[in-house]
Design a protein around this ligand. Structure first.
Ligand SMILES: NC(=O)C1=CN([C@@H]2O[C@H](COP(=O)(O)OP(=O)(O)OC[C@H]3O[C@@H](n4cnc5c(N)ncnc54)[C@H](OP(=O)(O)O)[C@@H]3O)[C@@H](O)[C@H]2O)C=CC1
Ligand SMILES: CC(C)=CCC[C@@H](C)[C@H]1CC=C2C3=C(CC[C@@]21C)[C@@]1(C)CC[C@H](O)C(C)(C)[C@@H]1CC3
Length: 470
């Protein structure tokens, strides 16, 4: 089996697996070759990354404070002074931290450290690394979701909805606890990335493998991007970046939505169709991600980015507490949706799912086995790197068609909140920015991987998101 088939990888600078040297390089020159300095900057450059590090926690906190029963926001967006007054008053009156919430988040994170070790299941190989090693990853995230869902249902059956309602009532304190955990984790990871050597997958010791995107020497930049590529704890048995990418954040997102639905039920006596739509749509997205867990091994987050504040905060605090803005909004501002409007929203979501799943599946099938029955009819172009690029099917329609499907779903998740406020549309707005930026990052990575062949691919598939439009 050739390497491309065995490892559908997105690593930018790697040795061919067969030529990999199992003995880690020792000298300064070798070390520099293993961990090249980052000289190309993203995210507003080496000093600009201070802005997201400081600002992102305020964005999520702002989403909590912007809405009150008087409105969401209660003052028009065109009146920043009134808006600021409202936010400042709200900030002064809420309880920001609670010991119970801190404990709950610590227990939640601890649970997700233990579950991968005890749930068994398949063990998958990651992409070959620059140091010649290949790491193993437990594929049992879906089992973790089932365990949590079963425990929640059992608990609710026996004890009622009190625990879920507590989660809804303390979501702000849970956010500050998760943000504290994420920040402490990111600081520890940054400091420990300077430890010099690590235990490698084959049992020997070698230099700590750094990310090619977070090794600039600028502390804030490297702290944000993530300096170490694959930080592991417990003698290499737990990969922190892989663990955080899907489990505590995504399952936490579902748990929070369930808590908001429970809150709505206890206050109104029913769960509204709008709330059901939001919970089911987003729940499906999380199930899909965990069911296809192995696919994240080839995303740039795992293969290229280090584990720093961006991913630690993104996974543990940003995803669960900003992606739940719609369900939180619906508790304060219940919506009556007509059957026709609901049908329209479901249709948009289903089109999004179809594009997202079938395009990602098509690429995955092609990378796993280009001669497989689902992809053998597709046209592809050869590249000098030895890898092939699809030029028909979904990937011939637009270069980032999978992002388009993802964004359509994002829109469908906000539409149940009606049009009285922009706040529940935070997710599709932010997501559009993230996906445009991410497509540019990936374009740059592919330019490095494929050179002139990538320019040829761009000529053959000129559209990025929407065929014949953009
Ligand atoms: N909900 C959320 O918050 C977020 C969701 N996402 C979703 O995650 C998913 C994964 O995203 P991401 O990892 O960014 O990127 P992609 O899944 O789009 O993968 C990009 C890689 O695919 C390969 N590729 C690109 N074009 C072709 C082609 N024509 N033929 C074959 N292979 C090709 C290249 O790698 P190679 O050639 O090396 O295989 C490229 O580097 C997306 O669906 C995205 O929507 C992403 C970010 C946030
Ligand atoms: C503003 C900020 C803090 C940015 C950090 C970005 C992260 C929130 C996202 C980067 C890539 C992500 C992915 C998912 C969630 C959001 C983050 C972590 C993802 C796990 C969602 C579910 C999908 O099915 C996915 C598995 C494809 C996806 C992978 C990328």
């Amino acid at each position: 089996m050739n390497e491309a088939k065995e490892h559908p990888t997105t690593i930018r600078q790697r040795k061919p697996a067969a030529a990999a040297d199992p003995v880690p390089p020792a000298g300064h020159a070798d070390l520099a070759a293993l961990n090249p300095k980052t000289t190309h900057y993203e995210f507003m450059g080496p000093h600009g990354t201070l802005l997201p590090v400081v600002g992102l926690p305020f964005v999520v906190a702002g989403l909590f404070l912007l809405c009150s029963p008087e409105g969401c926001p209660p003052a028009p967006l065109t009146d920043p002074a009134a808006l600021w007054k409202h936010v400042a008053t709200a900030a002064a009156s809420v309880e920001w931290f609670s010991a119970d919430a801190m404990t709950a988040v610590a227990v939640w994170f601890g649970l997700h450290m233990v579950l991968p070790l005890v749930l068994g299941g398949k063990v998958a190989k990651g992409s070959p690394l620059r140091n010649g090693q290949t790491l193993s990853y437990p594929i049992n995230g879906f089992r973790a979701l089932v365990v949590v869902a079963a425990a929640m249902l059992l608990h609710t059956r026996q004890q009622g909805l009190d625990r879920l309602v507590w989660i809804a009532d303390h979501s702000l304190q849970l956010f500050t606890a998760a943000a504290t955990l994420a920040t402490s984790l990111a600081v520890s990871l940054y400091v420990s990335s300077f430890r010099g050597t690590e235990r490698l997958a084959d049992g020997s010791r070698g230099p700590v493998l750094l990310s090619t995107t977070g090794n600039s020497g600028y502390p804030i930049y490297d702290f944000w991007m993530g300096r170490e590529l694959n930080p592991r704890v417990l003698w290499g048995s737990i990969d922190l970046k892989y663990l955080c990418e899907l489990r505590p954040g995504l399952i936490g997102w579902c748990l929070l939505n369930a808590a908001f639905a429970a809150k709505e039920y206890t206050t109104t006596g029913a769960v509204s169709p709008a709330m059901i739509a939001v919970c089911v749509f987003q729940g499906y997205y999380v199930i899909d991600a965990l069911w296809n867990e192995e696919a994240i091994l080839t995303t740039m987050d795992i293969t290229t980015d280090g584990f720093g504040f961006m991913l630690a905060y993104g996974d543990l605090a940003w995803v669960p507490f900003s992606y739940t803005v719609q369900a939180r909004f619906l508790i304060m501002f219940p919506q009556q949706l007509s059957p026709a409007y609901l049908a329209l929203i479901c249709t948009i979501n289903l089109i999004g799912i179809w594009i997202f799943r079938s395009s990602n599946g098509e690429k995955n099938d092609f990378r796993t086995n280009p001669d497989g029955p689902s992809v053998k009819h597709l046209k592809y172009m050869e590249t000098k790197s030895g890898r092939k690029l699809l030029v028909s099917g979904w990937w011939g329609a637009a270069r980032k068609i999978n992002y388009t499907g993802d964004w359509l779903m994002a829109l469908a998740w906000s539409l149940p909140c009606g049009f009285s406020s922009i706040v529940p549309y935070f997710y599709p707005i932010y997501f559009a920015v993230l996906l445009i930026h991410r497509s540019q990052r990936d374009d740059m990575a592919c330019r490095l991987k494929y050179g002139a062949d990538w320019d040829e691919y761009r000529k053959r598939v000129p559209y990025v998101f929407i065929p014949y439009v953009y």
